[in-house]
Design a protein around this ligand. Sequence first.
Ligand SMILES: CC(C)(COP(=O)(O)OP(=O)(O)OC[C@H]1O[C@@H](n2cnc3c(N)ncnc32)[C@H](O)[C@@H]1OP(=O)(O)O)[C@@H](O)C(=O)NCCC(=O)NCCS
Length: 216
Amino acid sequence: MSANTPEQAEPRTSESNTPEPVRVPGLRLVRLDRTTPEVALLREVLPRQRVAPEQRRFIDEAVHTLPRADDDPARHPFAIVLNDGPLTDRSSAQAACVGFGVIDRVGRLRDLVDDPEHAVQLRAFYVPLEHQGKGIGRAACSAPLLDLLVAAIAPGATQIALCVNDGNDLGERTYRSAGFLPNGRRHDAGEHGMQSVFTRPVETGSHPVPQLPEHR
Ligand SMILES: CC(C)(COP(=O)(O)OP(=O)(O)OC[C@H]1O[C@@H](n2cnc3c(N)ncnc32)[C@H](O)[C@@H]1OP(=O)(O)O)[C@@H](O)C(=O)NCCC(=O)NCCS
């Protein structure tokens, strides 16, 4: 880990930190730590999804990260789903599943933020290559979608943190447009290289937080 200095952090301004809510009609985040027919279909198709070969240095795909999340009660995997109706079979799930991510309540938060008890980490987040560039990534990590998911998983969380690899310009652009800013910390991700830590507050606004029963 290299030096972490608050001076490296960019000042938050109301203009840069509160983007307009991003909406992609039909886009939703589906928790995979549930046992439903829809989750079963999504779990079938997710391991086949791929990012571009040159993006694999930034991310491990769900085929690797979903089993790791399943083994850790602090990690909550989710699918990014784009459709207007229920998922009824494998082909509808294949067409509707447009990404993946994990909300981690513990992970490396102590290294990433000053107040790890009130933060979560977004990790393993990606949109497969064929769905990139359509606004899905930005909407999925913006308010209200991601914030409502975080509030349901970790009601005490006031901050979302994530790590972006040096050179991942598309990732950084996506996160900045969703309201994330560097907090000045750096993280050494070993074989994945050096990363900058980005954060933003959880903003649920007036949206009601869904209360789902815990099944884990
Ligand atoms: C980063 C990622 C999630 C973005 O998802 P996406 O759905 O492609 O992104 P969006 O379409 O919402 O676009 C987000 C921003 O990137 C820009 N963008 C998207 N595709 C682009 C492209 N091919 N070239 C240039 N800019 C592009 C958009 O214009 C937008 O910027 P803006 O909000 O300033 O206008 C996706 O590219 C990805 O999965 N990459 C590989 C894995 C990865 O790096 N994950 C992040 C790990 S930290």
